[in-house]
Structures are given as structure tokens and as C-alpha cells.
Design a protein. Sequence first.
Length: 588
Amino acid sequence: MAHTWLVAFLAIVGAWLVSCAHRFYTNYRNAVASGFPVVLCPVNTQNPVYMVLNAPLRPILKKILPTAIYDAWQPATYGWEFRDHHGFHDRIGPVFILVTTGVNEIWCADPALAQILLARRKDFVMLPEAKIIMSLLGNNIIASDGETWARQRRLIAPNLNERISAIVWKESMLQADQMADFMLTKEPEGISTQTVASLRAIAINVLGQVGYGQPKPFQPMELPRDPKAPMAYIDAIGLVAELLAAAAIVPNFILSLPFMPLVVQTLAAAMRKLPALTADMLDQERQRQKTRSVEDSESRENIMSLLVRLADQSKNKEAGQARAADPHASTLSLTEDEIAGNLFLVTGAGFDTTANTMSYAAVLMAAYPDKQAWMQDELDRVFGGSSTGLTEKQRADRLASLDYTTVYPQLVRCLAFMFETLRLFPAVLHLSRGVKVNPTNAPPQTVTVRSTTHHLAGAYNVFVNNMGLHTAPATWGADSDEFRPERWIEVDEKTGQESVMTPPRGTFSPWSGGPRVCPGQKMSQVEFVVVMATLLWRCSVKPVTHSERGETDADARHRLLELTEDSQPRLTLQMNRPDEAELQWVAR
């Protein structure tokens, strides 16, 4: 009997190896036929076991493998783009195909090809894995393709406009002012290990107001840890956004197991409660809209009220058209599932990306005091003077007088600081797409770059390498790996007016590109700029120097930079040790 089981086991393993070898050979032939450089990786990079093991195995293999083999294996490791920057592309080329035993992978750091891949949304579609995660609470713009995507985009994107940005400006300034108070009065000597938690709190609180009209006072973010406690929608959605990977991938019954940490059990409770919380919140919004005047509705507009109003107006229009038997009846409406999904998208995508960008920026401001002073010079000029010596009322009045439409366009150095932070620490290291495979016997997909046509036979995962594009010396110069926000500033020779330069097309894509560019791009820019401006107008920030250990100020700044380099992508790029970012906030 044992012999029979052994033979069966060996037969299964042998069949699996033959299948892998055949798929590897087929993928290799397709890759070579494309005309792009080829890198061989005889494993399936999408295999769940490999995905779990490759990160812990990486330092071990780095020690035991020959350098050439280890270097060739790098693109098959999670987060390699951040560690490598542009090095691999410098050696192999701006585009290469990683041949695996699963699906071939195109890695692109060529601006011209990146534009093509992102522009042709019908040929290069969203990967199923991304759809699963982002459609956790309902279908939305990111988790859809084709006409479903186009319909949602036409409804939603034009309405994330200057009116919404003005709300972001006001709430972000309020939250940042409260954070400055906390740092200067509640923390001993302004020393804080809660800077990252505080900025994450601002991000979720701004989204609570802008997304759902649910204001919340500032306090450093702490995840709820009581699965039996009552839960408001904003608390539930904030917890899911914070632990999105676990919420999307791990079954809820596993999250609920009694031996799981309390925060994980609370996440499971939030997932169970969210459908009912969402439905109740939307019902309440519909009731409010029935009783509000048009002027009141516009003055209290948020993204939830906007989506509900657009969806209901569209449905009413469709019903009228159907009754009139109009053959051209519109189908431009949102389902309840899409309203819930896009509300979650605003929080899930908007929260993590903006919060992490602000976190990196705060650490970089402390590490580069000259860049911080450079921004403060602009703030004192635009804000009508320094905050030094102002009473609390004078300071509050000054901030209240800063109108979004006139002040925001003048804060070009703050925006340049954001762009440079995103250049070196993009929230999303790569933009993923999949080649839409043509039917049998149909010609394969093709891309033509600089008069050369490449044929993409078979399935491909496509990755536009943001890190490679953002650090390419050909675009950004010999100092492309250095943090230098002033590289973004252009000065008008006649007036001396500063403005933020527009990078060459395809070279900078932190908010994606092409027709699927993030519709919340302006919102995130406004939030970052006003939060950093408010904090730096009131405070200066510097690293905590441990002189008792013999540490100098230069050592402390270097330690902070090492923290930023010790980062790993989860859903977005994050520092592995954010609690070690010891910063001291002092009043100016």
C-alpha cells in the first residue's frame, strides 16, 4: 500500500514538473518572439506559497547565491523596484519580459511604452487580483473595465471638482491646526513617536468629512479593539482601510477566531456590520435630500451625497425615458453596490496613499532642515507673515482668512515637496495591467514603440515600473536618486514667479495615467499641501538626537533616512518601523 501511494505521489509530482516545464518553454518562445529582452525565472511568481516565502528567503538567498544569479532573480521578488530603483533597467533595458512557469511579466520603465500601456484601457485591463481587493465592498471605478468603468467614470470624475477641493482645504487645515496644538502642548517637549499615527488620523478624518459629512476631532489614530462594541460607519470603514489586505484576502470566519488579536476580531466585526451600516447611511442621506433646499444641499455637499444624488437623478431620468418608450434611453446610473463600492474606494485608496505620502514627507522635512526652511520661506510670504508672536486668536483668524482659490495656487514649493516625495517614495510602486488575450486564431496584441512593433502572444501581466520611471537618470539627471524638491521649480525670467514644472509625458505616474488616472488626484494634492503648510507655518520639526548615545544631529538625520529606506509595499509603500520615527515639533 505504501509503495502504491509513493508511486502515485511521484506520478503527480512528475506530471506537475512536466506541466511547468512545458509552460515555461511556451512562455519563453512567446517572450523571445516579442522582441523585448528576456529574463528567465523558472518559478511561478503568482504562486501563493512563493509569494509568502520569497520575502523571508531573500536575505538568505542573497548570501548563498552567486551575485549574477541573485541579481537576475531580483525582479521575481516582492518590492524589488523600491530596492533597485533603476539599476536593473540600466543593465537589461527599459523594458524586459520576466519568463516564469506561470504568466509572463512585462516590466516597463520606458516612458513611451508606459503611455501606450496606460492609454489602451481596452487592450490592457485590470488584473483580477486588483479587482478582488478593490471591490471588497462593491464595484467601483478601479475594480471595473469596459463600459461599466466608462459609465462610472462619466458620472463620478467630473464631480470631484473644485467645490470638493475647497471642502478638503478647509477640513485639512482644521485637522492640521489641531495636530500642531497636540504636538506643542500634549507631547513632552514636542517629542513624538506618534507623528505617523497623527498624519494617518488626519487623512481618515478628512475623508470622513469630505466623503460622508461626518466630522471628527483630531487625535492620533488608534485602531478599535473591541469587536462587541457599537461601531459607526466611519470607524468601521477606517479599520477596513487600515487593514485592507487582511480584509480582502483572509476569510471572515478566520478573522473572527477567538485566538486572533482583538484588532483582527474587530476587523471581522466591522466587515459583518458594514453592509447594514452602509445601507442605513445611504437611506438617511436620501431622507435628508428630500427635506433640503437646493442651496442647502449644495452648501453641505460631500461625496456620499453627490453619489446618491447623481444615481437617483439618473434612475429617475431613465424611468421617465422608459415610460416614454424612448429608444435612446440612458443607462448612465449607479447601482447601490456601485455607490457603496465607490464610497469605500474614496476611503480605502484615498486614505492609505495620502497618509503614507504625508508620513514620508514629515520624516524627510526633519531629515532635510534646509528643504524645510525653503518651504517656510514660501509660507511666511503667502500667509502674510510668520506665526511667531501671534496670539491664539490672531493665529486662528489668519488661518481662517486663507481662501483656497487664491492661496493654494501660490503654495508651489509645498506641491513640489509632495511631487519629490512621491517620485522617490511612490505610494504604488508599479501600475498593473493584464493583456487581454485575443480569441483563438486571432492576431496577438501588438505595441509599436519608436517604429518597432512588438507582438504579445499569449497571456501577460504588465507592470509599469513607477520606481524605474521616477528615478531614470535619462529623465531626472545624474542626481536622480537624491531628494531635491527644488528640481520641480521653474522660475519665470521676467517676473521671478515660481511654478511647478510639468515632467515629460510618461515619466511620472503616482496617480496612474491615461484614461484611468485617479479622479481623486487633485483632492490628495490639496490635502497634502494644506496639511504640510499649516504644520510648518506653526512649527518646525527635527529629529530627536540621542546625545547620551554619542549621536550627533547629523547621525539622527541619517537614522531617519534609513527608516525611509527600510520600506516595503503592502497595499501601498510603507515604512517598516514608523514608530521609530522620533520627531520633535517646536513652535516657530
